[in-house]
Design a protein around this ligand. Sequence first.
Ligand code: AMP
Ligand code: MG
Length: 409
Amino acid sequence: MPGKLLPLDQVQQWILKNCEALDPVVKPLSQCLGLVCAQDLYSDEDIPSFDNSAMDGYAVRTSDILTVPTKLEVVATIAAGSYPDFVLQANQAARIMTGAPIPQGSDAVVQRENTIEQDQSVIIESLPKIGDNIRHIGEDIKKGQMVFPKGSVLSPGHLGVLASIGIDQIKVFPRIRVGVLSSGDELVESGSFVNRGQIRDSNRKTLIGLLQQASFEAIDLGLVKDNEDEIYTAIKSGISRCDALITSGGVSVGDFDYIKTVLDKLANGTMRWMQIAIKPAKPLAFGLVENKPVFGLPGNPVSSMVSFELFARPSFRKMSGYDSNHLHRTKFIGIAQKDLNRKSDGKLHFMRVVVSYEDKIFKVHPSQGQSSHLLRSMAMSNALALLPDGKGIKQGQEVEVILLSQLEA
Ligand code: AMP
Ligand code: MG
């Protein structure tokens, strides 16, 4: 649709509609960090599975301690990992370690700091209440309870819970493999010497980093010249090894953009070359090659990063099993610390900013340099401010932002 600028949300929705979650697979827990669970998970056990002590101290019977101090006979020492096979009788106490099972007959633990230890006895110096310092069976998880629903994103905490209930493999949506290809006659490998007119390929490093940061698997498909055969071979080989592809460069209206010719050939009429009403990242191509999503991102380094954020990341999250409420980054409101100026041009602008949390507000500071080739200013920013069409946002006014990395202190 040449000449017509498409609204951002329309393009995002169309692309998402063309991306489907991959088929679930069973994986060991050790490979599941950051993946989305594809089944409801239930516990066959109570956690804790037995009443146990929350402190190092003395297991006692509260009915024996009506005043303090009270002296009790110490009849046993119970270590974590052992199991007491006796019943605590009147005026007896058992020395007990954190995590050790509570002996029958006992209904509280007095922490060691509130006791005086003697040879075969202990003086209790604080009045215990029933249940003090006892972690009860099933307090965290009840037998038969659903611990996590399908769609949960597996964090280190989730993995720990599953390990604790004896689950060591689960059905998850697989980690998607995304191939990253750079194209352009001016590009050389990042470690190389540059001749006049050449530049080093930075997009591949950035895009691979963005993929890895989002828990996707990145496959480096290398760098190709503006040459139809080379581009064709690289994309064919990428598609055979990956679930989706990202190319950068060659999607605007330049003379040597063979990416277009090749993708049009391979995508069976599904490829769309779009101009979107945003800045940066106006040009974007998307289509399906052998039913796999292919994103043609713009070559300008900042544009390719912003395109990744707005279009590729949400789509890859959908392919990874995320539900529709968790595809996009969260937006929130900050306060502009300076005028955030822009020109009126019919586009939504994404301004690079640094957001800090100070005095209980999110403060939004514009970064120096907003052109789409100024990658350093993108690297130094932690957020994008959304500036709707118009003249911008005045100092002190509210502005919507998308956080891309850690908040500044
Ligand atoms: P293109 O979209 O191919 O017309 O490229 C637009 C701009 O982005 C040009 O200045 C290119 O040199 C630059 N560019 C394209 N690909 C890369 C890359 N992989 N790394 C750094 N800059 C790039
Ligand atoms: Mg190019």
